[in-house]
Ligand binder design. Structure first.
Ligand SMILES: O=C(O)CCC(=O)C(=O)O
Ligand SMILES: [Fe+2]
Length: 319
């Protein structure tokens, strides 16, 4: 359960940081510390996202998949979105390995440009007063050793000059070219759009860094100004990027491939089998009591998933 202060920070400032309980974070953390360490990762994989998409949900690694559907996270998102009916949009775990900070190729992910995330997650434009989606980053390492805390700019009320819509003062929006690297981007704005350059300079002056240890989570909004900062050369920072939307929200894209696509090998089926009705609902599996269900539909779904431990009783009882 989130506190009123946490919910208010998210709604008004755009973000807040908290520590996940050890019973939530320890299973994935232990798995990662045994199976996903510096010597097990291709050092040339420098961009966002897991190598070969192998840690995109569903991964078939139970401690990772179960974290993504953890009910503590679901309840937190329900509170932030003022809705009990939410869907998963994104879950990907990826490594960032520190390289010399002189990597300033235009698309380098080392020292990111200030940006918002809505642009490649929804076809529409966010409305600050009615947030429809939540983003989060879970950190699995200690920022004192790795550095690389996400930097963000808290919104200061409705009159905040850097938060006046439309939010188009960033690469890739409204005809501006897309680059990832901070230096490349700011020199482009300096030459081509001096008003935006001034606004963006203000963002870097105001940015705050997330201090993290294993199990820290940053909950943020897709209309929050933020960016990734350099990881110490030779160090590894592992994070999970997650996102959810209200079931009734319009325009949002799933980041991951469709959940059902990985079926037939028992991993997806086992997720359905061992999950609770609330957890399944994140994948658009209707809740008990939903008008979708008829006795026959329950029978058929039971026939498909009973083998994997699916219990149809709650669905039958709510008919
Ligand atoms: O790596 C981070 O801390 C943030 C990454 C990010 O904001 C992004 O890739 O959109
Ligand atoms: Fe981002």
């Amino acid at each position: 359960m989130l506190t009123k202060d946490q919910i208010n920070s998210w709604k008004h400032e755009g973000a807040f940081v908290m520590q996940l309980p050890s019973e939530v974070i320890n299973p994935p953390l232990n798995w990662l510390n045994n199976n996903f360490t510096l010597d097990q990762i291709d050092p040339d994989h420098l961009d966002f996202g897991s190598p070969d998409q192998k840690f995109e949900f569903p991964t078939s690694i139970a401690p990772l998949d179960d974290l993504v559907l953890n009910e503590r996270l679901i309840v937190a998102v329900q509170q932030l979105l003022d809705s009990i009916d939410i869907r998963l949009l994104q879950a990907d775990l990826w490594p960032k390995i520190g390289v010399g900070s002189d990597n300033h190729e235009a698309q380098a992910n080392t020292d990111q440009r200030m940006h918002m995330d809505y642009g490649n997650n929804t076809m529409l434009h966010p409305d600050w007063q009615s947030p429809e989606a939540v983003a989060a980053i879970i950190y699995y390492d200690d920022g004192v050793e790795t550095a690389g805390g996400t930097a963000y700019v808290p919104r200061q009320g409705d009159a905040d000059p850097v938060y006046q819509p439309p939010f188009i003062h960033m690469p890739g929006q409204a005809g501006k070219p897309f680059f990832n690297d901070r230096r490349t981007v700011e020199s482009w704005f300096d030459k081509n759009d001096s008003d935006a350059h001034k606004l963006r300079s203000e963002l870097y002056l105001r940015e705050q860094l997330v201090n993290f240890k294993p199990g820290t989570i940053l909950f943020y909004r897709h209309d929050l100004w933020h960016r990734g900062t350099p990881v110490t050369p030779g160090k590894l920072r592992r994070v999970h990027n997650l996102a959810w939307r209200r079931a009734d929200a319009r325009g949002w894209s799933n980041w991951n491939q469709g959940w059902a696509r990985q079926s037939y090998y028992g991993h997806v089926e086992s997720i359905i089998g061992r999950s609770t009705p609330l957890q399944r609902s994140l994948l658009d599996f209707p809740m008990p009591g939903d008008r979708y269900w008829t006795p026959q539909r329950i029978d058929h779904v039971d026939a498909r998933y009973g083998f994997y431990g699916f219990d149809s009783a709650p669905y039958r009882q709510a008919l």
